[in-house]
Design a protein around this ligand. Structure first.
Ligand SMILES: [Zn+2]
Length: 422
């Protein structure tokens, strides 16, 4: 396996403002049309696919950006944005349409930063995980009702409380020993989740996502795992308490990466709440079970944060352009975060790719695994690390690696997993 250190410079500025887009709320048909329009304008770097259907049969569309759409290129990380999981929280949906048009336009105009990003990253944008809920919210005529109606899916279920609860398994494993990553799903999980949730879980199984954000509204803050607190009960009252992951410092850095690139999120005084640096641990704000970001971290290689992007869940149309300009740099900068850490190929002594090899970093109690083509991606802060790759039937391999600060970095040593001498 070769250890690569890599990161992207941020010195290149965005060159121009995308001009073609209408700042409108897009109903389902308009959303589908907007996605097809981007695909039509940039056919060589995009692919439009559906991961499944909602309760009422609407497609859960994803627009992919890549220099080889539809193909996982080894050593090229997969990134995703998911918006509108709560049907009445709609800014993220519009921002992802804007982002899609922006990536397409800037690529066509030769913007170097965007070209590099698309050449080195496979980006998946899902503007709506809850298209049925959105239609309920959007069909209300009063602003107050738009904010209130349509949060849940068509079966009345809150999709961000609908993922299998892996936190309980992990908290048990922390005390008694056991896996700290890729926790198994409950046996009958398919019968316990909604169609939209099921589609997202299958999506997570099909792509080796490395980094993600889940776009919500109702506050302005970057929220990082865990959302679910360890049980803390004092005289029958739940007390908010921070519930950090083993990657707490990394999650704080990722969250600040968004909040400081955003127009005002970093100031922290938003919508009546105060969040220092514009970030918060999920459980220290309020604890929730069966959320999507905790599930990403405990089930897959994907690190996900939740971005709350507007005080109004359903902002008036005339605010959309202002919001896009406030979020544009942050949306791009956050994708670039997928390029900081270590990545490499795991092979055996016959040069066979080793999928599912476990990559452990000393001092961080959360492992990741190599993908189907033997490549792995481990997001890390700058520093020196002892990293071990291991797989069943092989001798494990340990390396010291240095992750440099942001900016062009260096290639380190090479090694291979050897079959044990028996
Ligand atoms: Zn929400």
């Amino acid at each position: 396996m070769s250890w690569w250190l890599w990161s992207l410079g941020r010195v290149l500025l965005l060159l121009k403002v995308a001009a073609s887009v209408n700042f409108l709320h897009h109903r389902y048909e308009q959303l589908v049309q907007a996605l097809y329009d981007v695909k039509g304008s940039c056919p060589y770097i995009t692919r439009l696919y559906s991961i499944g259907r909602s309760v009422q049969g609407r497609h859960l569309y994803v627009l992919e950006f890549s220099d080889y759409p539809g193909v996982h290129e080894p050593m090229e990380p997969e990134f995703k944005y998911v918006a509108n999981m709560h049907g009445n929280e709609v800014l993220g949906r519009e921002l992802l349409i804007q982002l899609a048009e922006f990536l397409c336009e800037e690529y066509r105009h030769g913007n170097q930063r965007i070209t590099e990003l698309i050449h080195e990253t496979r980006i998946h944008l899902m503007p709506s995980m809850n298209p049925d809920g959105y239609e309920v919210a959007a069909s209300q005529h009063q602003q107050t009702l738009r904010d209130l109606m349509g949060r849940n899916n068509a079966n009345g279920v809150d999709l961000n409380r609908n993922f299998p609860d892996l936190n309980t398994v992990m908290y048990h494993n922390e005390k008694h020993g056991g896996l700290n990553h890729h926790l198994p799903l409950p046996d009958n999980w398919r019968n316990q989740v909604e169609p939209e949730t099921l589609a997202v879980i299958e999506w997570l199984k099909s792509y080796n996502f490395v980094l993600s954000a889940n776009l919500h509204g109702g506050a302005v803050v970057a929220n990082y795992p865990y959302d679910k607190a360890h049980e803390q009960r004092t005289r029958g009252v739940w007390l908010p308490t921070s519930s950090p992951t083993p990657d707490d410092n990394l999650f704080k850095k990722l969250s600040k990466g968004y909040s400081y690139a955003h127009g005002w999120m970093h100031r922290g005084t938003n919508c009546g709440d105060f969040f220092p640096d514009g970030i918060t641990n999920g459980a220290s704000w309020y604890s929730l079970s069966k959320g999507m970001q905790d599930f990403n971290y405990l089930f897959s290689n994907c690190f996900e944060i939740t971005l709350e992007l507007s005080c109004n869940k359903f902002p008036p149309e005339q605010e959309l352009e202002f919001e896009w300009l406030a979020n544009r740099e942050a949306l791009i900068a956050y994708i670039e975060e997928v390029h900081h850490g270590i990545k490499g190929m795991v092979t055996d002594d016959n040069n066979n790719k080793v999928a599912g090899a476990v990559i452990s970093v000393e001092g961080i109690g959360h492992d990741i695994t190599s993908g189907e083509q033997g490549d792995y991606f481990r997001l890390l802060l700058p520093g020196t690390y002892t990293v071990t790759a291991s797989a069943n039937g092989y001798q494990s391999q340990t390396e010291r690696v240095v992750v440099g600060p942001a900016g062009p970095s260096v290639v380190s040593t090479e090694a291979k997993l050897k079959t044990p001498i028996s």
